[in-house]
Design a protein around this ligand. Structure first.
Ligand SMILES: NC(=O)c1ccc[n+]([C@@H]2O[C@H](COP(=O)([O-])OP(=O)(O)OC[C@H]3O[C@@H](n4cnc5c(N)ncnc54)[C@H](OP(=O)(O)O)[C@@H]3O)[C@@H](O)[C@H]2O)c1
Length: 288
């Protein structure tokens, strides 16, 4: 029998998809959010919260009764370790025995991408807690280039001609839900699973797939680091936000994330989704 799975981030793109799959599989769930009014209504699922990752008491109460915690990472730069550590500790106090953490491909102390360093710190913290855990490291999300486009549908940045295997939220959710539902299966305990799309693409190739899929004239224009920095500064972006944005492109340019794995087909039994088949595209300027 599958124990109760608590899922966080259910008001977001990834967590909502994981919760929907677990509901389809009749897995009992606790859906944890900061705003209970926005938590999806699903069969077999109980809404819990309000609880933010850094609110230890609220998280402990929200996670009471769960044996597995699917921790969808939050977004605050430089505070992920602190927030995620509090959520994990609260879960352990509430009786959670297994944590599935959504990290990022290439997570490392020396990662080019600023956010990947944050995720690596959480991974280290998790590995030392004495509980069962699995780390999922998704590649960059396939819809992100569309969200980075400007009003004229140009994606500009220092991504050069490096490659990465952009991945669909649906594929990541399929993988995580499959592992979450198989409580008794210990094969993925302690594992780090790199979850990628089916092919490694340059930004130009990814953007042209988005243009073909949407029928809209998206295009990629490479910038130097200096040009990109100056433009972002003019746009009013500051400090660590500029570093995060520049380093996203630079991680691609340097080939840090040029990896294609078999995790999606191996765990879900289906091929990973190519960028052109993602099926949903954010509006331009959403991630700028
Ligand atoms: N692989 C990639 O390319 C990539 C790209 C972007 C982000 N990410 C990471 O992947 C995560 C999930 O992606 P997504 O597309 O699902 O993001 P999303 O749509 O922004 O959803 C994030 C979810 O996390 C919740 N959350 C954020 N901070 C929280 C906190 N401190 N306490 C409790 N809940 C919190 C949000 O709740 P609210 O609705 O209350 O805000 C939301 O439900 C992101 O948060 C980020 O860490 C990865």
């Amino acid at each position: 029998m599958t124990g109760t799975v608590a899922v966080t981030g259910v008001t977001g793109e990834l967590g909502s998809r994981i919760a929907a799959r677990l509901a389809e599989a009749d897995v009992p769930q606790l859906l944890v959010g900061r705003d209970p009014g926005r938590i999806p209504l699903l069969p077999g699922a109980e809404a819990r919260g309000p609880a933010a990752y850094d609110e230890r008491d609220a998280m402990r109460a929200a996670l009471e009764g769960a044996s597995t915690l699917v921790l969808v990472s939050g977004r605050p730069l430089g505070r992920r370790l602190e927030e995620h550590a509090t959520a994990v500790e609260a879960g352990i106090e509430a009786g959670v025995r297994r944590v599935l953490y959504v990290s990022l491909l290439g997570a490392s102390v020396t990662a080019t991408y600023r956010n990947a360093r944050d995720h690596w710190l959480t991974e280290l913290f998790l590995a030392d807690r004495g509980i069962r855990y699995t780390v999922f490291r998704p590649a960059f999300y396939a819809p992100t280039p569309a969200a980075l486009a400007d009003d004229r549908l140009r994606v500009r940045g220092p991504g050069g001609t490096g490659r990465t295997a952009f991945v669909a939220h649906d594929d990541i959710a399929d993988v995580i839900a499959a592992v979450a539902a198989a409580d008794a299966d210990t094969r993925h305990d302690g594992a780090v699973l790199d979850v990628t799309g089916p092919e490694s693409l340059t930004l130009e190739e990814a953007v042209s797939q988005i243009a073909a899929a949407t029928g809209r004239p998206y295009g990629y224009e490479p910038e130097t680091l200096e040009e990109a920095f100056a433009r972002r500064l003019r746009d009013g972006v500051r400090g660590v936000q500029i570093e995060s944005w520049l380093s996203w492109y630079q991680a691609i340019a340097r080939g840090d994330l040029d990896t294609v794995t078999d995790v999606v087909p191996r765990i879900t039994g289906k091929p990973a989704t190519p960028v052109r088949d993602i099926g949903w595209w954010p509006e331009p300027n959403v991630a700028r």
